[in-house]
Design a protein. Structure first.
Ligand SMILES: Nc1ncnc2c1ncn2[C@@H]1O[C@H](COP(=O)(O)OP(=O)(O)OP(=O)(O)O)[C@@H](O)[C@H]1O
Length: 219
């Protein structure tokens, strides 16, 4: 589903990371940990073709990102990738249902029934017409998860999705995130500092300046 080979990224003369190898199978849940500043968010952006790199390759569902033009990468992202960020990034002037519907509209696949199904699946059924400012942090992140998965992407990239949440809300949100990915066969790459968030991962990896290493195989 996602294959990264010998990926290296520099800022000026300084390597952020080097020689990163990673292969994520369809439906697999891989958690990536690592010290602050080691390049986890940068690596996630490379996986989505949102950032550039200096050597190595990134393939998403067989497509090599380094040789693709920007509009082709944007189309691949819209079709095959979902994102969840620490800061939610829910659009403030759209209600909950409209936020969740957005990826389908961008794909010209308007589908109210699908939006309804996702809202119900994430416990947001009664909140569809609320504006984001009327929601709690945990509810906002569940909106972001519903939006990230509404178009059934093959790959979900999540950057510290529980970083702004208290531990019990974080557990509920992680349960929703992992449950939905498992149910839909979506591969999940999760960047996190939280060992609680990695508990259900198939593999936990650690990004270091020298590359990626296993942090203990869990299955
Ligand atoms: N535009 C830039 N120019 C120079 N250095 C940058 C730039 N953007 C990011 N960096 C550096 O790249 C490194 C990787 O940043 P990144 O945010 O990917 O790390 P991270 O592992 O996700 O950190 P954290 O866990 O704190 O979120 C950091 O040391 C950062 O200072």
């Amino acid at each position: 589903m996602l294959t990264i080979h010998q990926l290296s990224k520099l800022y000026g003369p300084t390597a952020v990371f080097a020689n990163v190898d990673l292969a994520v199978r369809p439906g697999e849940f891989v958690a990536i940990m690592g010290e602050s500043g080691v390049g986890k968010s940068t690596l996630l952006n490379c996986m989505a073709g949102l950032d550039t790199w200096d050597s190595g390759s990134v393939q998403v569902d067989g497509a090599e990102l380094s040789t693709m033009k920007d509009d082709a990468k944007a189309a691949l992202r819209r079709e095959k990738i979902g994102f969840v960020f620490q800061a939610f990034h829910v659009l403030p002037h759209l209600d909950v249902a409209q936020n969740v519907a957005l990826p389908l509209l961008l794909l010209q696949r308007k589908d109210d029934a699908r939006v309804h199904t996702m809202l119900e699946a994430l416990g947001l059924g009664a909140l569809g017409s609320r504006l984001p400012q009327q929601l709690s942090g945990g509810q906002l992140q569940r909106v972001a998860i519903a939006r990230a998965l509404v178009h059934s992407p093959r790959l979900l990239l999540a950057d510290e999705p529980t970083g702004n949440l208290d531990p019990s809300t974080a557990a509920v949100v992680m349960q929703a995130l992992v449950g939905q990915c498992r149910q839909h066969g979506t591969a999940l790459v999760l960047v996190t500092h939280s060992s609680a968030a990695t508990a259900q991962a198939d593999r936990v990896l650690r990004l270091t300046a020298q590359g990626m290493r296993s942090d203990g195989a869990l299955g």
